[in-house]
Design a binder for this molecule. Structure first.
Ligand SMILES: Cc1ncc(COP(=O)(O)O)c(C=O)c1O
Ligand SMILES: N[C@@H](CCCC[NH3+])C(=O)O
Length: 456
């Protein structure tokens, strides 16, 4: 009987083993960078088990080649255009990952002062940074202006006025795009849709022309472009084309009003395969956008993109150890050492991640709920997964490169996991595992006299 990571995974393509495997396994979504060799899971030219043994678990393992190739796919699809890929670093903001993308020629999309400092620390060129987000503070604006960032993606009229004031205080002009909310359904999970009129993001497209006219009158602002990001994990081209049409309608109106727009920022959001989704390849998706741009006479414009998930999502896995098996009358649980604090996506969005044994065993699979050690019933990583496993085994949670470590928390005073980056047959620890004292480093012992004894 073939061990499978879950009945739904049967939709994944079957991979030809490089040598006779004791147990044939379907390809992971992160293939070919994560692949089966000699009956176990490998990342590039290293066995995953070797990394787990060396660094312990939970452990995030990333493929540098997967990240580099993903960035290259964008750059190749944009070859011959004046374009910049700004990695949306919220997807995975570990410094070494940022350094990798900076060296690959990417800029960055940031959403906080913290992300700005991380990007600078990683060697980012401030001119290649765009600053999105609905709640930028004055202090964040000031710092971004002082370091000379490329563009603020302004998300409300109120923010325009504040940015104008901050820039004038500093005696400079802030480069701005307005983030337009085109009211387009991205057909994704409601929590990660951002381009509908009900969402908090962007300036409603009906108000955008007036907003541009206002921006053009403010002396602290320099209008440079237009921006639109409609959501995340988008798996079809149609919503992008709808949004692009709305953006181009606006570009034409804004320029007819005498306001020049230098660049178009078309955001990020391209989806990846977690289970059986079939998002368009970057090349095909981009070709459709470029064709529409050309057809409408805007092909000469500078283009910015803000991809996150599609650059890193399938470039990472999380390796976790089975601590206990807990068969029960209603449900059988595999209790593993990674929890919702490490991998929040299932708890937050009921998201699916494939889960496979690092060293598959032969046998008859049983159905398990894979759960973490955190004291919440929502602390699950996978439900009803068909697995052959036992305590002490390592499991790999696939597609864990995006929105896992960057959304990890310290809940239950659990330190964050370690991270390893692999390139060929070499690996580097890029984040050491946190120890408890790391977690209370900023806390202070009680000094106030607030406790009176309740004892008689
Ligand atoms: C403004 C902005 N740009 C880019 C992204 C990146 O999205 P994704 O990771 O889906 O490519 C996001 C997240 O949805 C975002 O909010
Ligand atoms: N955190 C989400 C994506 C949100 C993108 C941010 N705008 C996820 O894990 O899928």
């Amino acid at each position: 009987m073939t061990a499978r990571p879950g009945s739904a995974d049967t939709a994944l393509p079957t991979m030809t083993p490089t040598s006779p495997d004791p147990v044939a396994m379907p390809a992971l979504p992160g293939a070919p960078y994560f692949h089966w060799r000699d009956g176990e899971l490998w990342v590039e030219e290293l066995p995953v088990a070797e990394l787990a043994r060396a660094h312990g678990t939970p452990l995030f393992v990333y493929s540098a080649s997967a990240m580099r190739d993903a960035a290259r796919a964008y750059q190749q699809a944009l070859a011959g255009r004046d374009a910049l890929v700004c990695y949306a670093m919220k997807a995975n903001s570990t410094l070494a990952v940022l350094e990798l993308f900076a060296r690959a020629g990417c800029g960055f999309d940031i959403v906080s002062g913290g992300e700005l400092e991380r990007a600078l620390r990683a060697g980012a060129d401030p001119q290649r940074i765009v600053f999105s987000g609905v709640g930028k503070t004055r202090a964040e604006m000031r710092r971004a202006l002082q370091v000379g960032i490329g563009c603020f993606n302004v998300e409300s009229l109120a923010e325009l006025d504040v940015l104008d004031a901050v820039a004038r205080e500093l005696g400079c002009r802030a480069p701005v795009s307005l983030r337009v909310n085109p009211d387009v359904d991205a057909q994704t999970h409601p929590y990660i849709s951002t381009g509908l009129r009900d969402n908090k993001f962007g300036i409603p497209h009906e108000q955008a022309l007036a907003a541009y006219q206002r921006a053009a009158t403010l002396p602290g602002l320099q209008v440079v472009g237009i921006d639109c990001h409609i959501g995340s994990q988008i798996t079809s081209v149609a919503p992008y084309l709808d949004a692009l049409d709305r953006v181009l309608d606006l570009v034409e109106q804004v320029e007819a009003a005498g306001i020049a727009l230098h660049h178009l920022d078309l955001g990020g959001g391209l989806g990846i395969t977690y289970r059986d989704e079939t998002p368009p390849a970057v090349q095909a998706w981009m070709a459709a956008l470029l064709q529409r741009l050309d057809a409408r006479g805007h092909g000469h414009r500078r283009l910015l993109f803000e991809p996150g998930r599609s650059l890193v999502g399938n470039a990472g896995i999380c390796v976790t150890e089975v601590l206990y098996t807990k068969p029960g009358p209603a449900k059988s649980f595999l209790i593993v050492d990674a929890g919702m604090n490490d991998l929040p996506r299932p708890a937050m969005y009921e998201a699916y991640h494939a889960i496979v044994p690092v060293r598959p065993r032969a046998g008859t699979p049983e159905l398990w709920d894979v759960v973490g050690p955190v004291c919440e019933s929502g602390d699950w990583l996978g439900r009803d997964r068909a697995l052959v496993t036992q305590a002490g085994d390592w499991l790999a949670v696939a597609s864990a490169g995006a929105y896992c470590m960057s959304m990890a928390s310290h809940y239950n005073t659990r330190g964050k996991a370690a991270e390893v980056l692999v390139s060929g047959a070499r690996s580097q620890l890029i984040r050491a595992r946190e120890v408890p004292s790391d977690l209370w480093r900023q806390e202070r012992a009680l000094a106030l006299d607030v406790v009176t004894s309740t004892r008689a």
